[in-house]
Design a protein around this ligand. Structure first.
Ligand code: NAD
Length: 301
């Protein structure tokens, strides 16, 4: 078992660090938030007084931070200056491809092995240890990261070189955002044309309009398998996080010169939904803005 420095113990990182501790690692955990530290302590982690203390002497480092600027700052200011060169560095945050590549390049130039390993699966999967990891980095980096990632997830896939994990994550989520928006539109139009939602689901989920958004995550309550739509769109994958991933995808598309009009349209729709107070709802609640029935909690009086 190894000594693991873990930085970022929020909604996702808290459960991930707990699973590493449960697997028998000595997890030295750091976060800026005291409640996050208290939870990590209750879950078998040792609390470090600083990011430097968390990574000193570590054989592996995991970071699970909000965005690219936090990751770049933590690696430049803390990790790369204090961790032994022999440690494997794993950033599991969802961040922009350009920052993922530049931080890896700095780590590599300083003699470290680093992978980007963003995850698919939400807070429940982080707690249960059933995340899917998409890993970018060298073959050696992937093999060294794999045993740790397997203790936090159900699938660990090598996507390619540095930044490829982030690229896979945002391409997948751009597709998801666009198919969810299209699925919401199709249900709204079907209803206006007099079709019963269940009947439309039975047809389309077996026909060529089928997608995961339709068949496994239907945005209409009472139709298909149980989803956040059946729980007033609470829990699940928050619309604000979908918007974050769509923005990352559009930023990457601009830099790469890719034409992504559907992704752009999805970004605009989610931006509007978040501005109208839907950010904390599951991303499938977009259907309520499309059918014009959305009333934000704040406006309900
Ligand atoms: P979160 O905001 O709950 O947690 C982030 C944690 O990082 C916070 O506890 C914060 O205090 C800490 N932090 C920020 N700056 C720090 C610093 N300099 N040093 C130490 N700690 C610092 O976010 P989350 O929901 O856990 O998401 C983390 C990452 O995972 C994000 O990139 C997110 O996009 C991605 N993600 C989230 C989900 C989800 O469903 N929540 C799903 C997949 C991926």
């Amino acid at each position: 078992m190894a000594r693991v420095g873990f930085i970022g113990l929020g909604n996702m990182g808290g459960g991930m660090a707990a699973n590493l501790a449960k697997a028998g690692h000595e997890v030295l955990a750091f976060d800026l938030s005291q409640p996050a530290l208290d939870r990590a302590s209750a879950n078998g982690c040792t609390i470090a007084e600083s990011a430097e203390a968390a990574v000193a002497g570590a054989e592996a480092v995991v970071t699970m931070l909000p965005a690219g600027k936090h990751v770049a700052d933590v690696y430049r200011s803390n990790v790369l200056k204090n961790v032994p060169k022999s440690a494997i560095l794993m950033d599991c945050s969802t961040i922009d491809v350009a920052t993922a590549k530049s931080v890896e390049a700095e780590a590599s130039a300083a003699g470290f092995t680093m992978v980007d390993a963003p995850v698919s699966g939400g807070i429940a999967a982080a707690d249960a240890g059933t995340l899917t990891f998409m890993v970018g980095g060298s073959a050696d980096g992937f093999e060294r990261a794999r045993p740790f990632l397997e203790q936090m997830g159900k699938a660990v896939i090598h996507a390619g070189g540095p930044g490829a994990g982030q690229a896979a994550k945002i391409c997948n989520n751009m597709l998801l955002g666009a198919t969810m928006a299209a699925t919401c539109e199709a249900f709204v139009l079907a209803e206006k044309l007099g079709l019963d939602a269940q009947t439309f689901f039975d047809i389309s989920s077996k026909a060529s309009g089928q997608s995961w958004s339709m068949t496994s995550y239907c945005p209409v309550p009472g139709v298909g398998p149980e989803t956040p739509a059946d729980r007033n769109y609470d829990g699940g994958f928050a619309a604000v996080l979908m918007l974050k991933d769509l923005k990352l995808a559009m930023e990457a598309a601009r830099e790469a010169g890719a034409y992504t009009p559907m992704g752009g349209e999805a970004e605009e729709l989610y931006q509007r939904f978040v501005e109208r107070g839907g950010g904390s709802k599951d991303f499938s609640a977009l259907i309520k803005m499309i059918d014009d029935s959305w009333v934000a909690e704040a406006d309900k009086g």
